[in-house]
Design a protein around this ligand. Sequence first.
Ligand code: ATP
Ligand code: FE
Length: 337
Amino acid sequence: FLTLGIETSCDDTAVAVLEGPRRVLAAGLSSQVEDHAPHGGVVPELASRKHQEAILPLLHQVLDRAGIRNPARELHLVAVTSGPGLMGSLLVGVMTAKALSQAWEVPLVSVNHLEGHLFANVVAHGDLKPPFLCLIVSGGHTEILLVRAFGDYQVLGGTRDDAAGEAYDKVAKLLGLGYPGGPVVDRLAATGNPEAFPLPVPLSGSGVVEFSFSGLKTAVLWVLKRLEKDGLPVPVEDLCASFQRAAVASLLEKTRVAVEQTGVRQVALSGGVGANSALRAGLEEEGARRGWRVYLPPRDLCTDNGVMIAAAGYSSFRRGIRCDVTFAPDPSWELNA
Ligand code: ATP
Ligand code: FE
């Protein structure tokens, strides 16, 4: 059973062909990072134009690498992200998927992007079975889900303000490190001293699954202002390490709260910030210390990709979900039971 997955919710055009629930036949990604970097963030109008340019060449490339000559005969399902995300970006993927599904006479399912992120874990770990907790940390979202079954999710809590990835990107911007900032901050933090600046761990001790990253970002800004006032150089590595210590401490603490609340001791990670080395190491350590089973997808399945969308679409299809061609992308489609 072959599923074509299409993802265009933000600034990456991604296509993949998946066999069954987990076997990747081919995957391709066309990144727009260099187009948006000069603007310091994603420019929606530019993103949709770039998706439009990239999607068909990428599709041909991926089908070719998957050895598919006659998609109408060989493919069984088209899965596409239809929210949350940028409307103009989503439209490119959704309209492409609708047209392909009509032309090939292959069924179509629409996939929630966050459910997609979650399914990176299903692709990576054949033994992962619900119930489990999933910490979703991405550019636009930070939440902990209880996965009661595939398709049955309870959001235990999320962020009051910025998402974790957004905080990484904003801190990188303050430090003049460019966009996207997460990977750069991660790399620089590795050689810095995390104790150099005692930044507050957001909502620590509150006992609820809730995040807040905007105050932490502002705390970094204050440190910068003070250094500037005192005429001191900015120890960029130390500041990255100190920010990362506080951000990761918050993510780990709230995961602990979620485990205590639910009694569920299987914990999966997903979303772009799931590629972060300190978070990955921290979760593994916590797991070893507290007897949790921790699931980490490989880094390239944490950030946006077509494989996770194909996997989520396949699962929906197996559960009987079908879409007719009248559905519309929903930029604010949140995952909630
Ligand atoms: P969403 O999934 O919420 O719609 P998105 O798709 O834009 O948002 P992702 O692609 O899942 O987000 O993740 C991108 C985010 O991950 C960016 O904010 C980026 O800075 C961050 N990120 C990527 N790698 C790392 C890393 N190693 N450390 C920290 N953050 C990272
Ligand atoms: Fe994403």
